[in-house]
Design a protein. Structure first.
Lengths: 251, 367
């Protein structure tokens, strides 16, 4: 058996940019998988010396603790403005933001729309789990109709709360975006597709082809009060019905 | 005519706002991010007309809001670049969140506030009503900005480079607290000599903390104001306070006029100090021995110098174009050694030199 452990037999390894710090994410959360994909893509592109990430306020606030590149931690919603300046001032760099639904589609809507509309050469990775995870499960702009959260305990209703925001669809209509895609990481096949989309977005940033947005429809088993397996099933049954997976725009 | 290519020592006539823009291009500024608001829009307009991206490579961007502008400063300054924004009072109010984050994360940057009257939307006329906001830290937490108060178009030009030097020396946001008078008035100015933008190598050398990418296995840099461990957060705050003490020790700047034999003192900054210049001349002509102290740094404030002078003064008049804000600092400095009174107007009214003279005479019963 011992002979099996040899470099030529290695079929999978943790990307070296993903360090050994214990992640604070809950079991079943999609963040860890997406972090790994980002680390893999940066490593495969060989651009760790020119990569700058901007982390959000929300569950991914500590993204900078896990991926060994330079990071800036943004005020809530402001990551696209911060990334705008970094990319304009260091135009050869890969500059990306990593944001949740509250950060990107609620408090930071203006920064998101305008950075994308200006065609800033940045990549935005958007984690949409339809809930505020970090603060304990409150309603998000992307919370589905009828879905229960701490601040819509009887379910989201249009007359009280308005409708779930499809900001990725809006992004696809903007002249400044060159690549807009919605993916998920609930299966091996989905993870591979998500990785391809992240790679495309990152290459667009480096090659200054315009703005890219990759939404990852994600689970929040703690916020949804489900086991990790149930959360994945619930996402497939409900989230994908409203948030259709696939490329919305690829120029 | 391209002003920026003219002879360096040539005397030009321009607005304070225009001088800021030309000085920025000349002193190696890497990026300007701003949103239009009266009475300072000429700064962005001048930069847009000058197209420095074609000459020095300076980035000029009209942002979607002041909130975005200040966060662009966070990003650019955090990446080691000389970046600036400008706005006026209500716009600067919007920036307070970002300023607190910059202070916490120790990010250098320049914010020019060409003040107008408030509160709220207020007026587009000049005011010095943002003194408290600028000197007390308008955002959350224990922090200060370095605050420079230009009182002429020349200082609008000269303080741009000074602000960047201080900002990078101490890793702190620096505010130029100007007002609608200084921003809009046209005066003679000699623009600063050209200074090239720092090279990539110079930035990597001077800003080892910046998020420039991990060149050659450089340790990871993270720009953040967040720390959940109270012990670590306390340590960071103690570090910030030690830095502020260092700035208090090194960077107080004042201008004194006719102080030597003065029995009365006027304390005024920015455009009010320009008005008071005329007042002290007129008062001297009447035989009243009065001097003028103009704080150039509003933070750090010249407490020690005012305390020293207060011992030999019969009275101190603080003159500001507001309801009386800096007067609180003057009283803190004087500690009751001599009477201190305030004169000022609000709502965009700019007092005349005569009014200041009358106030001094009547407040201190000068016969």
């Amino acid at each position: 058996m011992e002979n099996i452990i040899a470099p030529e037999n290695l079929v999978y390894k943790k990307p070296t940019l993903l360090n050994d710090t214990d992640m604070h994410y809950c079991p079943g959360c999609s963040h860890g998988v997406v972090h790994k994909l980002i680390a893999e893509v940066i490593e495969e592109m060989g651009i760790e010396e020119k990569a700058v990430g901007v982390s959000p306020v929300g569950c991914a606030v500590f993204a900078y603790k896990y991926i060994d590149i330079d990071w800036q931690e943004a005020a809530h919603g402001r990551a696209p403005a911060i990334a705008t300046a970094i990319k304009r001032l260091w135009p050869d760099h890969l500059v990306f933001t990593y944001q949740g639904d509250g950060d990107l589609a609620c408090i930071g809507t203006a920064e998101t729309i305008h950075a994308l509309n200006r065609g800033e050469n940045i990549a935005i990775i958007f984690i949409n789990n339809a809930i505020y995870g970090m603060t304990g499960g409150q309603m998000a702009p992307t919370t589905l109709m009828g879905m229960k959260t701490a601040t819509c305990p009887y379910g989201r209703q249009a007359d009280l709360h308005g409708y779930p925001l499809k900001i990725t669809e809006i992004a696809a209509t903007l002249e400044g975006t060159c690549f807009v895609s919605r993916q998920s990481v609930h299966s091996v096949a989905a993870i591979r597709k998500a990785k391809r989309a992240i790679r495309q977005a990152f290459e667009n940033s480096v090659n200054r082809r315009g703005s890219s947005l990759v939404e990852i429809v994600s689970t929040c088993s703690s916020g949804w009060k489900k086991t990790p397996i149930e959360a994945n099933q619930w996402m497939e049954e409900h989230m994908f019905e409203y948030y259709h997976l696939g490329d919305l725009k690829s120029l | 005519m391209n002003i920026t290519t003219m002879a360096e020592q040539e005397i030009l006539l321009m607005k304070g706002n225009e001088a800021v823009a030309h000085a920025a291009i000349r002193c190696g500024c890497d990026g300007y991010f701003g949103y239009p608001i009266t009475p300072q829009s000429e700064i962005l307009e001048t930069l847009a007309a000058e197209k420095p991206w074609e000459t020095t490579g300076m980035v000029v961007l009209q942002a979607e809001s002041e909130v975005a502008s200040i966060n662009m400063l966070y990003g650019g300054g955090g990446a080691g670049k000389r970046v600036m924004t400008s706005s006026s009072s209500p716009g600067v109010a919007l920036m307070q969140e970002g300023l607190a984050y910059m202070a916490g994360a120790e990010i250098p940057g320049l914010i020019v506030n060409v003040q107008r009257g408030g509160p709220g939307l207020g007026t587009i006329q000049p005011s010095q009503g943002d003194y408290f906001q600028a000197t007390r830290g308008g955002g959350n937490g224990d922090y200060y900005l370095i605050v420079l108060a230009p009182s002429s178009v020349q200082e609008m030009a000269d303080f741009v480079d000074l602000s960047f030097e201080l900002a990078f020396k101490y890793r702190i946001p620096v505010m130029m607290l100007s007002d609608g008078v200084i921003g809009q008035v046209m005066e003679k100015v000699i623009l600063p000599p050209f200074k090239p933008r720092r090279t990539e190598e110079e930035i990597l050398h001077q800003c080892p903390w910046a998020t420039t990418g991990r060149r050659g296995g450089h340790p990871i840099n993270v720009i953040t104001s967040l720390e959940l461990q109270p012990e670590a957060m306390e340590k960071h705050n103690i570090h910030l306070q030690a830095k502020y003490d260092e700035i208090r020790k090194n960077e107080v700047r004042v201008e004194e006029t006719l102080i030597e034999d003065a029995e009365y003192l006027i304390v005024a900054f920015g455009s009010a100090a320009r008005i008071a210049q005329k007042s002290i001349d007129d008062l001297r002509a009447q035989g009243i021995r009065v001097g003028l102290l103009r704080p150039i740094t509003l933070w750090p404030f010249p407490y020690n110098r005012i305390r020293e002078l207060s011992a030999s003064m019969k009275g101190i008049l603080t003159f500001e174009i507001n309801a009386g804000q800096m007067v609180e600092d003057v009283r803190l400095a004087v500690e009751g050694r001599t009477p201190v009174c305030h004169y000022g107007k609000m709502g965009g009214i700019v007092p005349t030199p005569d009014e200041v003279c009358q106030q001094l005479i009547s407040n201190f019963n000068i016969k």
